[in-house]
Design a protein around this ligand. Structure first.
Ligand code: DC
Length: 229
């Protein structure tokens, strides 16, 4: 009975630049589900680390930081969330280049992951939800009824992220963006805790040549089929 009242969870995992955030937000909007971006939580800790002058290569300091702060997410009308660290609004800084550069090293610290798990699980257990990240289908919500692994070629991912950075007013050479993404992939797939991989039961969607609408249609279709079971 607890399962039935817990709602339907959609887990969307994939590497940096695969289009997860855009797709997950749109799926949530179409289905009127809650949208949860777990990457934003790791990014918030990275912002806090930068502001406190901590090194991304000091796991003990990052662990203490993650254990000691209070992270809050307030839903906004567009489906994204305002993110606060100890009350301070860090939302505008989440996608800064410096954050992109260090966040994989923050996210590989086991204590950082543990500190975020309870919050992620509780958000995932509150009714219908679309949650996106790297380990949602495998670790955080292994019971999710719909699991998607979204991927794309590294070149397309680099182009997408470059366009996003340019739109944010922080343009960067494609090669540099590509390097950051390749390093994020390397750390995410080789770390000891919750390495990025296709979760059991996940449907793999390669977004290289698909439009956002085509991907969203496929996922909404998977949800409708899961509901019909
Ligand atoms: O999806 P994103 O680019 O916003 O993720 C930012 C970083 O956080 C990236 O280095 C991977 C990491 N991450 C993670 O390890 N586990 C998650 N569930 C979500 C993100």
């Amino acid at each position: 009975m607890a399962e039935a009242s817990a709602g339907l969870a959609v887990a969307i995992d994939g590497p940096m630049g695969s289009g997860k955030s855009t797709v997950a937000r749109e799926v949530a909007r179409r289905l009127r589900f809650q949208y949860v971006d777990t990457g934003a939580m790791y990014r918030a800790i990275a912002v806090a680390a930068i502001r406190r002058g901590l090194s991304a290569d000091d796991p003990a300091a990052l662990a203490a930081l993650a254990r000691g702060i209070t992270l809050t997410l307030e839903p906004r009308p567009d489906g994204s969330a305002r993110v606060r660290v100890d009350g301070e609004d860090v939302t505008a800084a989440l996608r800064d280049v410096e954050v992109n550069r260090i966040v994989a090293r923050v996210a590989r610290v086991p204590e950082v992951r543990e500190a975020l798990q309870a919050l992620q699980r509780s958000l995932g257990g509150r009714g219908d939800v679309v949650m996106e990240g790297r380990d949602i289908g495998s670790v955080i919500l292994p019971q999710a009824r719909v699991k998607v692994f979204l991927t794309a070629s590294i070149d397309v991912r680099a182009q997408r992220r470059q366009a996003e950075l340019a739109a944010a007013g922080t343009p960067m050479p494609l090669e540099e963006v590509r390097r950051i993404i390749a390093e994020d992939d390397r750390i995410a797939t080789t770390r000891e805790v919750a390495p990025l991989r296709v979760a059991p039961g996940a449907v793999v969607i390669d977004s290289t040549t698909l439009t956002v609408d085509q991907i969203v249609d496929r996922i909404v279709d998977l949800v409708e089929r899961a509901r019909g079971l």
